[in-house]
Write a protein that binds this ligand. Structure first.
Ligand code: IMP
Ligand code: MG
Length: 179
């Protein structure tokens, strides 16, 4: 079994690069079909989605733009705990179809909050495109139109995703090995 060590944890390959790229191509083809005739803006959520966004966009054949946003966490007075503010949205999405490019949807709270924020800018539509989804952890009612792969609730790294900042630079995706 191919394993890597990141800080105190051992990870084993769970999704090889070839399988990831196959699913990225499938999802890009769905977007090309669904948004034919449109000029979407892809909003990639940094940092985790940078590799996914690069691979996805090269499979998109529509006239399109891409912009990168960050979600800055701050402690707010909210029933859901931490509030994340969308920063870096410097393009006008009014009247445009928006596709959010996310690395992984876990509880779904991040996406729900981002969608609410984007709605305030009156886009034509908002679709979520996530590389990975952990359906077992979803805590909210969220419509994820495009999913490359569904995975169990275990913690993963690689292909852009990190463990404490490290592990983003692998081609395959790895799952933590419980010792
Ligand atoms: P949510 O708001 O719970 O859906 O959180 C989603 C965010 O949590 C993702 O954008 C990731 O940054 C992070 N995350 C969730 N699960 C993992 C994981 O298994 N590995 C790395 N990051 C993760
Ligand atoms: Mg993310």
């Amino acid at each position: 079994m191919k394993t890597i060590q990141i800080k105190d944890k051992t990870f084993a390959v769970s999704l090889p690069e070839a399988e990831i790229l196959k699913q990225v191509k499938r999802v890009a083809a769905e977007i090309n079909r669904d948004l034919a005739g449109e000029e979407p803006i892809f909003l990639a959520v940094l940092n985790g989605s940078f590799i996914f966004a690069a691979d996805l966009l090269r499979e998109v054949t529509l006239p399109c733009e891409i912009s990168f946003v960050k979600l800055a966490s701050y402690e707010g007075v909210s029933s859901t705990g931490t509030i994340k503010e969308v920063i870096g949205l410097n393009c006008d999405i009014t009247g445009r179809p928006v596709v959010i490019v996310e690395d992984i949807v876990d509880s779904g709270l991040t996406m729900v909050h981002m969608i609410e924020t984007l709605k305030g800018h009156n886009p034509k539509s908002i679709d979520v495109c996530s590389l990975l989804v952990k359906p077992g952890n979803l805590k909210v009612n969220l419509d994820i139109k495009y999913t490359c792969l569904e995975i169990p609730n275990d913690f993963i790294v690689g292909y852009g995703l990190d463990y404490d900042g490290y592990g983003r630079n692998t081609r395959d995706i790895y799952t933590v090995v419980e010792e």
